[in-house]
Design a protein around this ligand. Structure first.
Ligand SMILES: Nc1ncnc2c1ncn2[C@@H]1O[C@H](COP(=O)(O)OP(=O)(O)OP(=O)(O)O)[C@@H](O)[C@H]1O
Length: 302
């Protein structure tokens, strides 16, 4: 489990991360989403003990990551795929990491196979494409067979086949009971990758919940109700605080759950022939809920 509690990071006059609290659970892929500059990388660096928080705490498995010996066996991470020595071969790079973390050498062969880099193992990393470097970074993260994995924008630079491969890999790692925490600034990348979302904007928490819960927050989410007695039903729903509008012969109701609408119609003996919840698309919900932070950044007033 990754537990972030009241985490704040200031750089001079800039507050990159502000009083952030959330938990990332094992057995799921959790997407860490926010517009550019929202504070995702800063948060990941604090989780990994690379940046000191200005205040607040962050623990991995109940302890600050820095206190853990042989880190690669505890947490595997990929922060920047370019952050590798270009003169080394993939094999040499992974072997050095394995040696430094007392990881058996056979793991190097295993992870090279896992990420599809066996044929390129003896080539210099300097000649690798971005996609190959991403695969190498993922191999490094997997090397210590850790229970917690953290990836910063791992889908950047991957072709569609690579994206599918990474998604399948993340799902498998989560199904094995690991904690998988993956950042992205694109909802479309997370929509088919993550089970849970942590969404931030301007360094502050916007949401920490399942994809379905997140999409229900969009203002376009509503309940569609069909009845032969719509004129009688409308005032009953507005009296309960709902906003209603007519759409294709149905009522589109916001502000009440389908269950509550069912109770009201039953109590008043109103016949219902259609009752369905309609969620906003995740993309809509994301754009809406992060609009303030995106505009703020576009204005350059940070
Ligand atoms: N070392 C630093 N010194 C000063 N400001 C910094 C530093 N690192 C980050 N920031 C600022 O903190 C804010 C958050 O940056 P961060 O890189 O964490 O965001 P992000 O969500 O990862 O963005 P992106 O998707 O663009 O990578 C930005 O305003 C950034 O300019």
């Amino acid at each position: 489990m990754i537990e972030v509690n009241g985490l704040t990071k200031r750089y001079g006059g800039t507050t990159a991360v502000k009083d952030l609290t959330f938990t990332v659970h094992p057995g799921r892929v959790t997407g860490f989403l926010g517009p550019n500059g929202a504070g995702k990388s800063t948060t990941l660096r604090m989780i990994l003990g690379l940046h000191e928080p200005s205040s607040g705490t962050v623990t991995v498995g109940g302890r600050p990551f820095r206190e853990r010996p042989r880190g690669l066996r505890q947490v595997g991470s990929l922060l920047d795929a370019h952050d590798v020595h270009g003169g080394r071969t993939a094999m040499a790079h992974l072997s050095a990491l394995a040696a430094g973390n007392r990881i058996p050498r056979r793991r190097v062969e295993e992870v090279l196979r896992e990420v599809g880099l066996v044929k390129a193992a003896r080539r210099r990393i300097g000649g690798f494409s971005l996609g190959m470097k991403q695969r190498l970074g993922i191999a490094s993260a997997l090397l210590g067979d850790p229970p917690v994995l953290i990836f910063d924008e791992p889908l950047n630079g991957l072709d569609p086949e690579g994206v599918r491969w990474v998604r399948d890999l993340f799902r498998r790692l989560a199904a094995e009971g690991r904690t998988v925490f993956v950042s992205s600034h694109l909802m479309s990348e997370m929509e088919h990758t993550a089970d849970q979302l942590v969404v931030i904007g301007r360094g502050e928490l916007i949401a920490a919940e399942s994809l379905a819960e997140f999409s229900a927050r969009g203002t376009r989410s509503c309940v569609m109700v069909g009845s032969s007695a719509l004129p009688a039903l409308e005032p009953l729903l507005t009296a309960e605080g709902a906003t209603v509008r007519r759409e294709d012969g149905l009522l589109a109701v916001t502000g009440l759950t389908a269950a509550r609408i069912g109770e009201i119609t039953q109590r008043h003996g109103i016949p219902v022939h259609h009752l369905s919840a309609r969620a906003s698309s995740l993309e809509e919900a994301f754009m809406e809920l992060t609009a303030d932070s995106a505009q703020y950044l576009a204005g350059g007033t940070r």
